[in-house]
Design a protein. Structure first.
Length: 198
C-alpha cells in the first residue's frame, strides 16, 4: 500500500506544491527561498525517514511568514492524505532530541483531532536565524498539526542558541511522527481506536 500524499496551494501570497512518502528514504528536494527553513524541512525528512518534495514561491519581499505558515498547511494536508484511514499505525509516539545545549520533546497522537501545544522558549536576543524569524517555527507546526489533524505537544526543555532549539524541535517532531505512523503488524490492519475510526 502506497502511503503518499500531495497537495497544491495557491493564494495571492504563496504558490506551493508538496509531496510526501511516509515510507520513504529520508531524501528531500526542498526549495522555499528561505535557506534555514529549507534546512529544517530537510531535517524533517531525514530524521523522519520521509521522502519529501517542497516547491514554494512566496512573497518573500514582505517576509517569510506566509511561506513558512502555508508550507506547514500544505504539508499537513499531504501528510493527512498519506495516512489514509490510519489502519495498522502505531498512533502514539514521543521523542526527545538534544542538539548540544538544546533539548526538545515531541509527543504525537495521530488522533484525527487537531491540537498543538507549543512551549518552546527561544532566546530573546536571537530573533533571526539567517533570513528565518525563529518565532515562525510555531506557525509552521500550528499549520501542520491543524491540517494533518493530529495532536502534537512540543516542549523546549532547555537551550540558549536559537538555531539549536529550532533544529532540535524539527528533529524531535520528525522522530515522533515517524514512530507514530509506523505500521504495527500486531494490529492486523485495524484502526488503533476503540471507536473504530480516527
Amino acid at each position: 500500500m502506497s502511503r503518499t500524499g500531495e497537495r497544491q496551494r495557491k493564494t495571492r501570497e504563496t504558490e506551493i506544491r508538496v509531496r510526501i512518502d511516509l515510507d520513504g528514504t529520508g531524501e528531500a528536494s526542498v526549495r522555499t527561498g528561505v535557506g534555514f527553513f529549507d534546512h529544517m524541512l530537510d531535517a524533517l525528512a531525514r530524521h523522519g525517514m520521509f521522502s519529501l518534495e517542497v516547491e514554494c514561491a512566496g512573497d518573500l519581499h514582505i517576509d517569510a511568514h506566509h511561506t513558512v505558515e502555508d508550507v506547514g498547511i500544505a504539508l499537513g494536508g499531504a501528510f493527512l492524505d498519506a495516512l489514509g484511514d490510519k489502519r495498522g499505525i502505531v498512533r502514539y509516539a514521543d521523542a526527545t532530541v538534544p542538539l548540544d545545549e538544546a533539548l526538545v520533546r515531541a509527543v504525537v497522537d495521530v488522533s484525527g483531532r487537531p491540537f498543538l501545544h507549543f512551549d518552546v522558549p527561544l532566546p530573546m536576543d536571537q530573533p533571526m536565524i539567517g533570513q528565518f524569524d525563529a518565532a515562525l517555527s510555531a506557525e509552521f507546526w500550528r499549520g501542520f498539526a491543524m491540517e494533518a489533524r493530529l495532536t502534537m505537544h512540543l516542549d523546549g526543555l532547555r537551550g540558549d542558541n536559537a538555531h539549536h532549539v529550532v533544529e532540535a524541535t524539527f528533529k524531535a517532531a520528525a522522530r515522533a511522527l515517524d514512530a507514530a505512523t509506523r505500521m504495527d503488524e500486531r494490529r492486523a490492519g485495524e484502526v488503533p481506536s476503540t471507536k473504530g475510526a480516527l
